[in-house]
Write a protein that binds this ligand. Structure first.
Ligand SMILES: [Zn+2]
Length: 238
């Protein structure tokens, strides 16, 4: 068995190795949606941590969040997936900086003649405030877009589903009725009996794994975490 000083030594060497690695954005591997070549997701293999889990890929969906052309394509793709499965949407609630995609999705759903439950003339797109314990907050002026409305929840990435569950609970607390969830990348097709419409799934990213921190094989080998990851992106650890 190796001694503690060996472990520290190894760890130092591994940290050094991490430091010498090319930056994350230079190691991106492109993955295409299986039935639309134009929709691209980038991912980097490695050792990353989210708030609930450790993962062996950082999945980057930035282009679909910040570029209008990519967001338009992704919105069309998503609207087609939802067709005949979600029939009424009043409000799209956008998490993780997905509001550009959310606005294009609203436009596509309007074109596809999705129904609204009330007499208002168009789909609303809402970005909630999130407090320090990850609860969604809707101010008085936004509450009418949630209460009694059919809500479609849009996210960037989803691995354990824990954050989504929490967001759904908050929306229900404000009186919203969740009719569907989409995550640009998702490991699941259902959360709490609500359908999830992902653009990319783990089938598109073979070998993607998510571990409980206590069971993470990288941690067990003393491999340092390269970056902290959430729906907004990544922050490199030094
Ligand atoms: Zn780990």
């Amino acid at each position: 068995m190796s001694s503690f000083s060996d472990f520290i030594q190894d760890n130092k060497a591994l940290r050094e190795e991490n430091r010498n690695k090319k930056p994350i954005h230079e190691r991106f591997i492109e993955f295409h949606a299986h039935d639309d070549e134009q929709i691209v997701l980038n991912a980097v293999p490695g050792h990353f941590a989210t708030i609930q889990s450790h993962i062996n890929y950082y999945v980057d969906v930035t282009s679909m969040k910040v570029r209008t052309k990519e967001a338009t394509e992704a919105a069309k793709y998503l609207a087609a997936k939802m067709l005949h499965k979600v029939e009424v949407v009043d409000t799209i609630v956008c998490m993780d900086g997905t509001q550009v995609l959310g606005a294009y999705l609203a436009e596509e759903l309007d074109k596809s003649n999705i129904r609204l439950s009330g007499s208002h003339e168009s789909i609303r797109v809402v970005c909630p405030e999130v407090n320090s314990v990850n609860q969604l907050l809707f101010r008085e002026n936004i509450k009418p877009s949630i209460q009694g409305r059919k809500i479609f929840l849009l996210l960037a990435t989803m691995s354990t589903g824990e954050t989504v569950r929490q967001s759904m609970e908050c929306i229900e607390y404000y009186g919203g009725d969740i009719v569907g969830v989409s995550s640009i990348f998702s490991t699941r097709n259902v959360v709490e009996s609500t359908s999830v419409f992902p653009i990319f799934t783990i089938e598109d990213l073979p070998g993607y794994e998510s571990y409980k921190p206590s069971e993470c094989p990288f941690c067990k080998k003393g491999i340092p975490i390269e970056a902290m990851v959430n729906g907004y992106g990544y922050s490199k650890l030094r």
